[in-house]
Design a protein around this ligand. Sequence first.
Ligand SMILES: Cc1ncc(C[n+]2csc(CCOP(=O)(O)OP(=O)(O)O)c2C)c(N)n1
Ligand SMILES: [Mg+2]
Length: 366
Amino acid sequence: MKIANKSGVRVAPKSKTQLSSKKTPKSSKPSSAKNAFAGLSKDLLIQMHDLMVKSRVLEERLIKIYRAGESYFWIGGPGEEAWGVPLGLLANVGEGLKHDFFHLHYRCTPTLIALGMPMIDSIRLMMNRATDPSTGGRNFSNHYCFPQWNVAPVTSPIEVQYSIACGTAHAQKRAGYKTLSIVTGGDAGTAEGDFASCLVWASRKGNELPLLITVQNNKWGISTGFEGMHGETYIADRAKAFNIRSRVINGNDPVQTYLALKEEMEYIRKTGKPSFIEAQVSRLYGHSSASGANPVNNEVDCVKEFEKKLIQSGYITQDKAQALWDKYEEEGVRAVEQARSEPVPTAESVWDHTYANNENADWRKF
Ligand SMILES: Cc1ncc(C[n+]2csc(CCOP(=O)(O)OP(=O)(O)O)c2C)c(N)n1
Ligand SMILES: [Mg+2]
């Protein structure tokens, strides 16, 4: 099934093949507007903006839910929309080895929104509803799991996803499909052994893995700044020691991100070898609700910046942009009302999905 129309725009969120990378379609806009976006089509730019706004409005709704006392904890992805949306749009999405695998961290809402996750499914997780498709209402916000899109469970221990990702990449290599595994995570977490293990296992000579290794460098690990943690200038430089192709990008720019991801994904599909991207991003509401989840004003807001550029180029009007924010605001409010009416998990279901077929599921019977 095709997922891209001729403008390179995803047309069906659950569809299967890789986004066409060929020609950029002609646009009726003057060349200066096209140049401002490196030739990406207007349809694709508008789609990215739409998904970025949707993701931001959802995250801000999650914070409001926390503040209203309707949830226990928030952690999430405001500031990573320009990175996460292109990532979701460019992947070959589906279930099983013929598709890409995602090993994401807890700031991945923009990617899930680009994959087609409805807002309410994030809200159900946030409000611990039994209807939450990711965890049945038993995990933190943003700890998604969607087998139908090869989205592996987001883990609370940071960075373990880096070594797990080697497993699916290895299986993909053995199966011989031109598919890849994608891993995302934070800068501070790269101090963990799992990150080093990932570099080792991805790059063994003759056994290289089709793995897109990425780090979202927001320059913070909770309250510890980048400078206090790192001797290296760029995290991406560490990949070089393993002969892994690597680059640093401005993850606050969706156009640069889209182009870089497309290039690196094509390289991995073609060669079966890993590639490394360090995306420099913002953290717009601090670490989590544990640090207050208050807006930060001294970091770049990628959604606002991108929107400004689209308005300046005449691709959207101020009114249309505002209507989009309002539409998603409304969707978020309705979703909360719906989730409120849904049940929370019962004690009987506590062992569901813990063991295969619920074998030994009830500890009282041990
Ligand atoms: C193994 C492990 N150690 C410590 C923690 C506590 N912890 C949660 S988030 C976090 C900071 C991670 O920073 P970074 O990797 O830069 O990701 P960011 O939150 O900035 O996106 C820490 C230390 C944890 N969850 N797991
Ligand atoms: Mg960080």
